[in-house]
Design a protein around this ligand. Structure first.
Ligand code: ADP
Ligand code: MG
Length: 316
């Protein structure tokens, strides 16, 4: 039972000034109504303290998340709650929810979402990014074309090292839309430098409508594609979505059969379940290199391409 409490005006005035001094606007805002509840015996003194701090914390958390989402360039906010798993039966809901626990971020792993357009790859990548931001991790989201464009610009301006360092600073880098637009000449090499700099130092989520076997075409360079995949499939989770486009769901009857049907992506590793961890030792790379090529798997640690990049992010 709550005892009646007398609110002494001079003490109340001092509390207000203290809250201003401590920069606690939300606590100040709810102070009067909370104290009125206290006077009426509807709440206890302990609960008043709890309410004031909780309200202030919520305000700060919301501000932090808003700023972090802006910095992450997650302009369109998507959530896991907003994802209709019944529309994509090929997806294991529990597997995706487990990813939202963010162990992959702490273990610096790579998640690949593969599938035809409209199947929710960007939605899921964004939703995991939002979860990471909420949990206090730093995130950066960009399309492959934008990342390569930014790296190319930085290289022209003699700022490549700084740009790669910037892209290594976030705990999670989301690279969207691999395979939609042709990569500019030299772009694959620039992206490789970034991937190599983040390798085993920071988590990534990649989305693509193209199978790994097509990465030689996507990057216009099979050697770079092989080197990229070597890093990006080590400590990786591959999630292949085999379904139809959510965007076109209301127009399914107007679509040609080859678009409507479950368009699947060529997996480089046949006879494997769609969701699994990839072990580099057991993986066959989709692109064949000459036996003595310096970028053959196994030679990577001594490959000259790695020297400059691995020095980057050493303090990550
Ligand atoms: P993709 O990146 O695979 O091309 P998107 O993630 O951009 O596809 O999805 C296209 C649109 O459809 C987005 O607005 C997304 O939020 C929505 N969407 C896709 N799949 C689902 C789903 N299963 N449940 C709810 N919305 C979905
Ligand atoms: Mg997309």
């Amino acid at each position: 039972m709550n005892a009646t409490i007398e609110i002494v005006p001079s003490v109340l005035d001092r509390i207000r000034k203290t809250l201003v001094g401590l920069k606690m606007p939300r606590a100040l805002e709810v102070l009067d109504q909370t104290l009125r509840q206290l006077e009426r015996g509807e709440t206890s003194a302990l609960e008043v303290i709890d309410t004031l701090f909780a309200e202030e914390l919520t305000l700060r958390e919301n501000r932090r998340i808003k700023t972090a989402l802006r910095m992450a360039k997650l302009s369109t906010i998507k959530t896991l709650a907003g994802f209709d798993f019944s529309f994509q039966p090929s997806l294991d809901r529990n597997r995706i929810l487990a990813l939202a626990q963010l162990d992959f971020v702490d273990h610096h792993e790579v998640i690949h979402f593969l599938g035809p357009p409209g199947t929710g790859k960007s939605h899921l990548a964004t939703a995991l990014g939002v979860e990471a931001v909420k949990a206090g991790r730093s995130v950066y989201f960009a399309s492959l074309a934008d990342i390569i464009g930014a790296l190319a610009k930085a290289e022209r301006e003699g700022q490549l090292r700084e740009r790669i360092r910037f892209l290594c600073r976030t705990s999670l880098l989301i690279v969207d839309e691999i395979g939609y637009l042709p990569v500019i000449p030299g772009g694959g090499n620039l992206f490789f430098q970034l991937v190599n700099a983040r390798y085993e130092r920071g988590a990534m989520i990649l989305t693509s409508n193209r199978g790994f076997a097509e990465w030689g075409d996507v990057f216009g360079d099979p050697v770079v594609a092989t080197a990229l995949l070597d890093r990006l499939l080590h400590h990786a989770v591959v999630i292949q979505i085999e379904g139809s486009s959510y965007r076109l769901r209301q127009h399914a009857d107007l679509m040609p059969e080859h678009v409507r049907s479950k368009a699947s992506i060529n997996s480089p590793i046949p006879a494997q379940p769609p969701r699994r961890r990839v072990d580099r030792q057991k993986m066959e790379l989709p692109i064949t290199l000459p036996a003595d090529h310096p970028l053959q798997p196994g030679n990577f640690t001594s490959a000259p391409l790695g020297a400059f990049e691995s020095e980057l992010c050493a303090n990550f």
